[in-house]
Design a protein around this ligand. Structure first.
Ligand code: NDP
Ligand code: 2IT
Length: 451
C-alpha cells in the first residue's frame, strides 16, 4: 500500500460518515504521487493538510414569525491558515453537515492558493433552509448565527462570504450584527458586502465571469471560442446567472438553466432580456424557474425527480457545459451523454458538481475539463480584492476590478496548464490545479515548522 493510500485510509477511518470529504481528499491525494517522489519531506505535510486546524460547531436558536423557537446548527471550519487568514463562504441549506463543509473548506485551501492572493482555507454555514422564510426570519436567523460566529472571525483571522443560500441580503444582516458586537467597523471581516458599506464592484459577478474567462482560455488551447457556441448551464443562482451573462457577452448561446425543482431548455437561447427576467425571478421574487417556461414561448420545462437530478439537462447537445448548482449533480452516465454529444469543454462553476466517474468519462472522452477549485476561483479572488480595498480604504472601478479578475483567471489557467505539462500530464487540469495549489501550501507549512 502506498503512503498516500495509508493517509486516505486514516482519513476515512477517523470520520467514516463523511463521504463528500473523502471524495475531495481522494481526488487531491491521487494527484500528489509524483510530488512526494520529488519531495518525500512533504509526506508529513500531507498528513497534516487533511486535518482541519479548527472545527467550530454551535447552536443557533431563533424565533420564527409565529413566535415559535427554532434551533439550527451552525459551523465554521478553519481548515488551513498557512498562507493567510481563513477565507471561504457560508452555506445555508438543509443538507449542510460536517462532511459537506469539510469538503468545501478542504477544496478552498487549494483554490485560494491558486489565486495567488494571501488567503487560507475555510468554510461554514448552517442547515437553516432560507426557502419560504420571511425577510424578518432570515434577519433574525443571521443575527443569531453571528452572535456566536462573531468571536471566531476577524479581518486578520477568518473572513467569511456567501455561498448557496447566502447572498448580499444575508451578508448585510450578518455584517450589521458583527459591527454591533465588535464595536468596530471592520470592513474586511466579511466579503460580498453591499457597495454602500465596503463591498467591491464585480464581486456579485465574479464567480460566473471568472468561470467563463477560464473556459475561454481552455477553448483557446484548441483554437476554439465562445462565439456561436451553445452552452448548457445548471443552477440559476449567483454563479449560474453571471456565467450566463458573460457567455452572452462573448457571443455564446446559453440554452439551459435549473433550480432544485426542475430545469428549462430554451432552444432559441436565453437572451439578455430573458436573463433579466430570471434575475428578477430568483433574486427579488424568489420564485421557481417553472415560471420562465410559462412566461416565454418555445421553452421546455422538466421537473427534477429526485432532487438534485436534472439528468436530461446534460443530454442536450451543446459545445460547452457549465454545472453551477451543487456537488455531485452530474454523474458518470450524464457525462457519457455529453461525451457522446461531442461536448468540447466542461468547466465547474459549482464546487465538485461532477462525480469522480463523470470526471473520468470526460478525461477518457478527450473533453477539456476544469475542476471548480481552478475554474470557480474568481469569486474568492474578487473577495481577496475586496479585502485589499477595505484595507486601503479605497474602492476600485468596475473596469479595474474586472481586469484584475480576468488577469487572475488567465494566470490560474496558465499555472494549472503548465504544472500538468511539466509532469507529463498536459491537458489534465485536475492534476495541474491540485499540484500547483498544494505546492505553495506545502512550502509555507514547511517554512513554519511543525504547524
Ligand atoms: P445560490 O444559492 O445563489 O444558487 C444555487 C443554485 O443551485 C440555485 O439555482 C439552487 O436551486 C441550485 N441548487 C442548490 N442546491 C441544490 C440541490 N441540492 N439540488 C438542486 N439544485 C440545487 O448559490 P451560488 O450560485 O452561490 O452557488 C452555486 C455553486 O457554486 C455552489 O456549489 C457553490 O459552492 C459554488 N460557488 C459559489 C461561489 C460564490 O461566490 N457564490 C464561488 C465559488 C463556488 P434552488 O433555487 O431551487 O435552491
Ligand atoms: O466556494 C467559494 O469559493 C465561495 N463560495 C466564495 C468564497 C469567498 O470567500 O468569496
Amino acid at each position: 500500500m502506498s503512503v498516500l493510500d495509508a493517509i486516505y485510509d486514516k482519513v476515512v477511518a477517523r470520520d467514516p460518515n463523511q463521504p463528500e470529504f473523502h471524495q475531495a481528499v481522494k481526488e487531491v491525494l491521487e494527484s500528489l504521487e509524483p510530488v512526494i517522489e520529488a519531495h518525500p519531506e512533504y509526506i508529513s505535510i500531507i498528513e497534516r493538510v487533511v486535518e482541519p486546524e479548527r472545527l467550530i460547531h454551535f447552536r443557533v436558536p431563533w424565533v420564527d414569525d409565529a413566535g415559535v423557537i427554532q434551533v439550527n446548527r451552525g459551523y465554521r471550519i478553519q481548515f488551513n491558515g498557512a498562507i493567510g487568514p481563513y477565507k471561504g463562504g457560508l452555506r445555508f441549506h438543509p443538507s449542510v453537515n460536517a462532511s459537506i463543509l469539510k469538503f468545501l473548506a478542504f477544496e478552498q485551501i487549494f483554490k485560494n492558493s491558486l489565486t495567488g492572493l494571501p488567503m487560507g482555507g475555510g468554510k461554514g454555514g448552517s442547515d437553516f433552509n432560507p426557502k419560504g422564510k420571511s425577510d424578518g426570519e432570515v434577519m433574525r436567523f443571521c443575527q443569531s448565527f453571528m452572535m456566536e460566529l462573531w468571536r471566531h472571525i476577524g479581518h486578520n483571522c477568518d473572513v467569511p462570504a456567501g455561498d448557496i443560500g447566502v447572498g448580499g441580503r444575508e451578508i448585510g444582516y450578518m455584517f450589521g450584527m458583527y459591527r454591533r458586537l465588535q464595536n468596530e467597523f471592520q470592513g474586511g471581516v466579511l466579503t460580498g458586502k453591499g457597495r454602500s458599506y465596503g463591498g467591491s464592484r464585480i464581486r456579485p459577478e465574479a464567480t460566473g465571469y471568472g468561470l467563463v474567462y477560464f473556459a475561454r482560455e481552455m477553448l483557446a488551447t484548441k483554437g476554439k471560442s465562445f462565439e456561436g457556441a451553445t452552452v448548457s448551464i445548471s443552477g440559476s443562482g449567483n454563479v449560474a446567472q453571471f456565467a450566463c451573462q458573460k457567455v452572452l457577452y462573448l457571443g455564446g448561446i446559453p440554452v439551459t438553466m435549473s433550480d432544485s425543482s426542475g430545469w428549462i431548455h430554451d432552444p432559441a437561447g436565453i437572451t439578455h432580456e430573458k436573463l433579466d427576467y430570471i434575475m428578477d425571478l430568483k433574486n427579488n421574487r424568489r420564485g421557481r424557474l417553472s415560471e420562465y417556461a410559462d412566461h416565454f414561448d418555445g421553452v421546455e420545462y422538466t421537473v427534477a425527480e429526485p432532487e438534485p437530478s436534472v439528468s436530461g439537462l446534460w443530454n442536450i447537445n451543446v459545445d460547452v457545459a457549465l454545472p453551477c448548482a451543487t456537488q455531485n449533480e452530474l454523474d458518470g452516465e450524464e457525462a457519457k451523454m455529453l461525451v457522446a454529444n461531442k461536448v468540447i469543454a466542461v468547466a465547474e462553476g459549482a464546487n465538485m458538481p461532477c462525480t469522480p466517474e463523470a470526471v473520468e468519462a470526460f478525461q477518457k472522452g478527450g473533453v477539456l475539463f476544469a475542476p471548480g477549485k481552478a475554474s470557480n476561483a474568481g469569486g474568492v479572488a474578487t473577495s481577496g480584492l475586496e479585502m485589499s480595498q477595505n484595507s486601503l480604504r479605497m474602492s476600485w472601478t468596475r473596469k479595474e476590478v474586472d481586469e484584475k479578475l480576468e488577469a487572475i483567471m488567465i494566470s490560474i489557467h496558465k499555472n494549472a496548464y503548465r504544472t500538468a505539462k511539466k509532469y507529463g500530464r498536459e491537458g489534465d487540469y485536475v492534476f495541474g490545479a491540485n499540484v500547483a495549489g498544494f505546492l505553495k501550501i506545502a512550502e509555507a507549512m514547511q517554512a513554519q515548522g511543525v504547524v
